[in-house]
Design a protein around this ligand. Sequence first.
Ligand code: SAM
Length: 273
Amino acid sequence: MPPKSKLGQNFLIDPQAAGRIAAAFGDLSGRTVVEIGPGRGAITGALASRAQHVLAVELDRELASSLRTRFAPERVTVIEQDVLDFDFAAAAAKAGERLCVAGNLPYYITSQILLKLAAGHKALDTAVLMVQREVADRVTAHPGSRDFGLLSVTMQMHGPVEPLFTLPPGAFSPPPEVHSSVFRWRFAPRFAELGVEEEGFLRFARQAFAQKRKTLVNNLRAAGIAAEAAAAAMEKARIDPRARAESLPLKALAQLWRALSERQSGERSEPPV
Ligand code: SAM
């Protein structure tokens, strides 16, 4: 079966990498792992030999049917489905535990998958994922670095994201044009600890990071927050009035959200933005 580039099919051929991905979860005995895009099964075997069960979600009909002949159904359930439609909460309820998630992600929907995992965090324990190196740099970035942005904030608010290792194009067939990196994401949401409400804070983050070149005040102003209100909240949160959102740690962004929230709760009962 020739690879379908429109489905992001770059198959892993580095024999050690699959083992490193599975090992990055630590002890998988008794656990259920969802594998996103198992393809020809390069990572599936390494997961199945360590976990109790693998739910392998593959969109390509031919690959799904070939995986069914390769793996015993007691170890690997192959689900022919678009992962964007996969119900992680229902799978976790059926497994009776929060799920582990693995995958060498199809690059054309990487961000959508990451946002789906963030939104479904209650059903999830740990994810070990391979993505384009540039995306891994963004999701693991620290505040103040060139790569720190909305995706970093959204993911890191759902738990720590650690870079693990990088593979060259030659580790795949056919080789992609870019390097790929693996990271680990432990789902441990920080909303309660930082005193913010999830939906409102993430909406605020989208507005704070709307335009990279603009200062935070200007982005908030574009979102309909009066410059005076934004300036007062920034002073209260001890943030430089010329700051850009990219320079602020999660804690400072949360302080600002709370300051805006408190200020606006006097004016209306709605969340701040
Ligand atoms: N895991 C395999 C490996 O490492 O060799 C394949 C990885 S390949 C980068 C991405 C895989 O995701 C392909 O098998 C592709 O068919 C599958 N895929 C693409 N879009 C998908 C989708 N929306 N839902 C589920 N699987 C998808």
